[in-house]
Design a protein around this ligand. Structure first.
Ligand code: MYA
Ligand code: JJ1
Length: 388
């Protein structure tokens, strides 16, 4: 049972398959004057703090909380280690609200012990573009778990989102909650198989030696596709057109405009990489691929501390085969020193995963909407949304 989630406007397990329920908002927007004006109460030893991500000190506090307490794999061998620059990027998109960057401090020590964040986004559900909050980086210090802090934090971020007259949200989690709009599988492409095996990220396959494994995953030194290059500021209009057209086919997808593309997709060192294919004849932008940088701390390994992982972001192929485009993405990520390239089975990713030697991981990612009901779940391939 879910004592908290049962009280929230989300699809409930008991309603799965009930086709009499309409698609759309579960509860209506209310006048802003009816939104609670004061923060929710925390246990008296804690206090709310709004995190100014422009401040180096604040950003470091959030970074350190997450570095030591955020998401781990099921065997606690790896923990996400989002960089400070990444957090700044993820939390300050066009139109962001500082009030949605919410911390909890211990009153006496002033130590930051919990965090949750939202950023505004437009997400299209079927034919409707809905203003939403994307909720991410929910984290409670390891020593303060299971004290029901998370529900208070979720209610507080909900209140602050409502104050901006926004009534829906999207979020992902590794755990099952009421109720996923889809469940995606993580896939992994080894770039540095020796290190991955040494740190326990992957295992030597049956009847495989280390040298055969290294050979299996070898890649060319440079991308193959003529006209493949890094995205530049002048490409924003063409990339926006390409992406909008591509994303229009999915049941739930991001609705990117040029400002969003400029923020989310222009290359930023060690944060996000984007490449495109410019036709050598017409100079049209015909294909696009991108990935973001999210290292994980390797817990308790004497030889290595960090796993460098690239995560597939948004990709569009119109002239180049998806296979060749993503192979070029693997080649450039290998050249940049990544150990592994990760992808979900969203959008058309299924079409390249197996052939490019990705293997399924032991992790899944569940996608959720808050206060928006879908008549039935989507297939991962019907989802055009990647959260960080
Ligand atoms: S997903 C990443 C989440 N973070 C981690 O996994 C990091 C490591 N873990 C932790 O820091 C803690 O275990 C957390 C829970 C903080 C996750 N999403 O305080 P509790 C429910 C939603 O005693 P703790 C991400 O960032 C749980 O089912 N709910 O538990 C997206 C139970 O409720 P119920 C979750 O372990 C976040 C209650 O919390 C999650 O100390 C999206 C227990 O609370 C989870 N990942 O702390 C948030 N995990 O009894 C929702 C547990 O009902 C946003 N729970 O089962 C909703 C939209 C809001 C905006 C709406 C605007 C309109
Ligand atoms: O990274 C993940 N799993 C890895 C490591 C497993 C270590 C032991 N548990 C994995 N490796 C196998 C790779 C192999 C390479 C050659 C081909 C075959 C495969 O499977 C998993 C994803 O699979 N990651 C996690 O579990 C991290 C948490 C995922 C949920 C994230 C929730 C995020 C919330 C954001 O809002």
């Amino acid at each position: 049972t879910h004592k908290f989630w049962e009280t929230q406007p989300v699809g409930q397990f008991k309603d799965i398959g009930d086709t009499s329920l309409p698609e759309g908002p579960i509860e209506p927007a209310t006048p802003l004057s009816e939104v609670k004006q004061e923060p929710y109460n925390l246990p008296s030893v804690y206090e709310w703090t709004t995190c100014d991500m422009n401040s180096d000190d604040m950003c470091s506090e959030v970074y350190n909380l997450l570095k030591n307490n955020y998401v781990e794999d099921d065997e606690n061998m790896f923990r996400f280690n989002y960089s400070k620059e990444f957090l700044r990027w993820a939390l300050r998109p066009p139109g962001y609200y500082q009030s949605w960057h919410i911390g909890v401090r211990a009153k006496t020590s002033k130590k930051l012990v919990a965090f949750i964040s939202g950023v505004p986004a437009r997400i299209r559900v079927r034919d409707e573009v809905v203003k939403m909050a994307e909720i991410n980086f929910l984290c409670v210090h390891k020593k303060l778990r299971s004290k029901r802090l998370a529900p208070v934090m979720i209610k507080e971020v909900t209140r602050r989102v409502h104050l901006e007259n926004i009534w829906q949200a999207a979020y992902t989690a590794g755990v099952i909650l009421p109720t996923p709009i889809t469940t995606c599988q993580y896939w992994h492409r080894s770039l540095n198989p020796k290190k991955l095996i040494d740190v326990g990220f992957s295992r030597l396959g049956a009847r495989m030696t280390m040298s055969r494994t290294i050979k299996l995953y070898k890649l060319p030194d440079a991308p193959i596709t003529p006209g493949f290059r890094k995205m530049e500021p002048r490409d924003v209009p063409a990339v926006t057109r390409l992406l909008r057209n591509y994303l229009s086919q999915f049941g739930v997808a991001t609705d990117f405009d040029e400002n969003d593309v400029e923020h989310w997709l222009l290359p930023r060192e060690d944060v996000v990489d984007s490449y495109l294919v410019e036709s050598p004849e017409t100079h049209d932008v015909t294909d696009f691929c991108s990935f973001y940088t999210l290292p994980s701390t390797i817990l308790g390994n004497p030889n290595y501390t960090t796993l460098k992982a690239a995560y597939s972001y948004y990709n569009v192929a119109t002239q180049t085969s998806f296979l060749q485009l993503m192979n070029d993405a693997l080649i450039v990520s290998k050249q940049k020193g990544f150990d592994v390239f990760n992808a979900l089975d969203v959008m058309h990713n299924e079409s390249f995963l197996k052939e490019l030697k990705f293997g399924p991981g032991d992790g899944q990612l569940h996608y959720y909407l808050y206060n928006y009901r879908l008549k039935s779940a989507l297939k991962p391939a019907e989802l055009g949304l990647v959260l960080l």
